[in-house]
Ligand binder design. Structure first.
Ligand SMILES: *Cc1c(COP(=O)(O)O)cnc(C)c1O
Length: 428
């Protein structure tokens, strides 16, 4: 009789009797908010819920301005436009991230420069940023990946030295803190996503954060067909409500990237729940990391001392095949999935070989000239650490596994130990 769940043994967790915490989380507060919007008839367009959420999210993130849009992809596109990034510019992006981080650079006709990540935390490696800088470099996009934070001290120092913009991709980091400062308040602009898998969600949606009022005005116009902010829409920016063009008569071309009031109503309630959820995930994540320290063949991603508050999109850890009796990582992930009754993923595919990042499939859009066509070829970048993380090292679990109790963490640890003890069942 085999022991591992993948071979028909008893799973470590019986998820029919003992399900994982559910995601998304909602209650009567969300129902009330949604009905309020429904009955008001104000379903979109700079409504009271959107205005309130912008104010609350700015306050929570510790910035002057927060602006909602339709998702966490167009946020980055209009952030780059607001910063004046375009044709002829290079933008430095980590090779291990969701494809949108690089694809939006293409969408403003600039060149994504893919650089490798750090062995320690899988976020952009500051040494690789330095090596990639040229006279054409205009901006850096650090991504705070999974449970970790990009080294923002190093990123900001490099940016200052070379006079570059920094746009933080905070799609995994709502509420995470670096040296007491929230993600999205350190660079020039922060970009957030509220897509369903993220730990603050309205199904879809996104926000931009900035302390720069000029940038905020531009971002607001870019998400609203080029209009000026409504009175009261942006903190401290309230001249010339809804009209087009700035004080100097400059117009800006754009389209409709507005969020709805239904989404904003859900986000207002979700934001109230977020601090306690993040704190619980932080506690459980720390505990699980301490347990992983003592298990052969796996290792935690170490917490940087400068991370004063953790925020988790996924809980990720490192796998070591050689120490795990030579069991291939794919088999380990499938075995863990069967033990826990939850999806166990690899990291993102490195962008130099990613099935969803293929700029050469769009010649009509991206073939501006032969030089540009060559410059945007993802295959020209070498990303050995990203490739190793994806192929050999990464094990990722949805953040909801951290939303329960300490005993859930013990269960995950014991499931990993069980696979170790019976690895021979899978090695043929
Ligand atoms: C989810 C995500 C995005 C895109 O956000 P959407 O709202 O899905 O468009 C961008 N960057 C990273 C790192 C993400 O995880």
């Amino acid at each position: 009789m085999k022991k591992l769940a993948i071979n028909g043994g008893t799973p470590s967790r019986d998820t029919t009797k003992n399900p994982w915490p559910k995601w998304p989380v909602w209650g009567t507060e969300e129902e009330k908010g949604l009905l309020e919007v429904l009955h008001s008839g104000v379903w979109s367009y700079n409504g009271p819920k959107e205005t309130e959420f912008n104010r609350l999210f700015a306050e929570y993130t510790g910035v002057k301005h927060a602006i909602c849009t339709v998702n966490g992809t167009v946020t980055m596109q209009i952030a780059l436009e607001a910063l004046g990034v375009g044709l002829g510019d290079e933008v430095i992006v980590p090779g291990l991230t969701w494809q949108a981080t690089a694809a939006t650079v293409l969408d403003v006709n600039a060149i994504p420069i893919l650089v490798d990540v750090s062995e320690d935390n899988w976020c952009i490696d500051p040494k690789e940023i330095e090596k990639a800088i040229t006279p054409r470099t205009k901006a850096i996009i650090p991504v705070h990946l999974y449970g970790a934070f990009a080294d923002m001290d190093a990123v900001m120092e490099i940016a200052k030295k070379h006079n570059l913009y920094v746009m933080e991709d905070c799609a995994h980091k709502h509420g995470g803190e670096w040296n007491g400062k929230k993600a999205g308040s350190i660079g020039d602009i922060g970009s957030f996503s509220y897509q369903l898998s993220k730990h603050l969600t309205a199904g879809e949606g996104g926000s931009l954060t900035t302390n720069n009022s000029k940038l905020a005005e531009r971002l607001d116009a870019l998400r609203n067909c080029g209009r000026r902010p409504e009175v009261g829409m942006l903190e401290g920016v309230d001249k010339g409500a809804g009209d087009y063009g700035d004080d100097d008569g400059n117009f800006i071309q754009s389209g409709n990237l507005r969020i709805t009031e239904f989404q904003a109503a859900i986000l207002i309630e979700g934001l109230k729940r977020l601090p306690a959820q993040n704190a619980n995930r932080d506690d459980n994540g720390e505990y699980l990391n301490s347990l992983l320290e003592d298990i052969d063949g796996v290792a935690p991603i170490k917490r940087d001392k400068r991370e004063t508050k953790k925020a988790y999109f996924n809980f990720a850890f490192k796998y070591r095949k050689d120490e795990f009796k030579g069991l291939p990582i794919e088999k380990f992930r499938s075995a863990l999935e069967a033990e826990l009754g939850i999806v166990v993923d690899a990291s993102y595919e490195p962008l130099n070989n990613c099935s969803l990042y293929v700029p050469h499939t769009k010649p009509a859009r991206h073939k501006l000239d032969d030089a540009y066509w060559k410059a945007i070829d993802p295959k020209r970048f070498s990303l050995p650490v990203c490739e190793r993380v994806f192929k050999e090292e990464s094990v990722c679990l949805h953040h909801k596994v951290l939303m329960g109790t300490k005993s859930d963490m013990e269960l995950i640890a014991s499931a990993i130990k069980k696979i170790f003890n019976y690895a021979e069942e899978l090695i043929t």
